[in-house]
Design a protein. Structure first.
Ligand code: FPP
Length: 241
């Protein structure tokens, strides 16, 4: 085991890490490459981070791959990202399955191209019984949209007024089976949530960091976990020490 891993407190690994994978375009621009090359490098970074999270004992990893707002980008870039998602699901299937990773898509899937829906479904079906890391890939995901859909479903199910609780609402979200994230990381230097997991991030620790997503690797994740372990989570309570 290398020195960096040794400095992690294995008793305090964040159970659920959420990541806004930002900075692909600027990573490419810095190298005089097209934005699409940045997204491809971003897919390789995702491979490294999923592997690292699984090795380090993180239980849930949720990544923002395409937002409900990302449709505003050029057709070329949108099409490239959709093709990349298909490629990711097919290319990674064997390895993720062997690593006991369970993969699920979160977001409004019915508006995604059929090829993406099919690739995601195949990944989900093949990995559904795996018991290791749960990887949730947010595609055509928006936090406000998720809350609107949740309200519609609760009304549709005619849930009685006095049964509407925070837990009930949580269970109707796309992330219904997951605990709330303990740690949110946004790479690429921007300090905003961009409509990601609005309900679920209420008590998460936030790390905003300048590193571009394609530069992220296992050492990066270890450093993020160390930073998390230096935080003092109080959930609205006071510090008794
Ligand atoms: C934001 O960077 C990134 C995205 C909108 C796409 C994220 C996609 C990947 C990491 C590729 C792999 C994943 C799948 C499953 C498709 P940006 O383009 O906004 O970067 P910029 O802010 O530097 O322009």
């Amino acid at each position: 085991m290398n020195e960096t891993v040794n400095q992690i407190d294995n008793e305090n690994i964040p159970k659920h890490i959420a990541i806004i994978m930002d900075g692909n375009g600027r990573w490419a621009q810095k190298r005089n490459l097209p934005r699409t090359a940045g997204h491809r490098a971003g897919m390789e970074a995702l491979h490294r981070i999923v592997e690292a999270a699984s090795d380090l004992g993180v239980k849930y990893l949720t990544v923002y791959a395409f937002s409900t707002e990302n449709w505003k980008r050029s057709d070329k870039e949108v099409n490239f990202l959709m093709d990349l998602a298909v490629e990711y699901f097919f290319k990674e299937l064997k390895e993720l399955d062997e690593k006991n990773v369970k993969v699920q898509l979160i977001g409004k899937r019915e508006y995604l191209p059929l090829k993406v829906q099919i690739a995601a479904l195949e990944m989900e079906e093949q990995t559904q019984d795996n018991t290791g890391l749960v990887l949730s890939v947010a595609l055509n995901y928006g936090g406000r949209d998720e809350i609107v859909e949740t309200l519609k479903e609760i009304l549709n199910d005619e849930v009685p007024y006095d049964q509407i609780t925070e837990e009930l609402i949580s269970s109707y979200l796309y992330t219904g089976d997951l605990p709330d994230p303990d740690l949110l990381i946004r790479t690429g230097g921007e300090k905003r949530l961009s409509n990601f997991l609005l309900w679920q991030l209420s008590y998460a620790e936030f790390i905003f960091i300048d590193t571009f997503w394609p530069d992220c690797d296992k050492d990066f994740l270890i450093n993020m976990i160390k930073e998390y372990q230096n935080r003092n989570r109080r959930y609205g309570d006071i510090d008794e020490n």
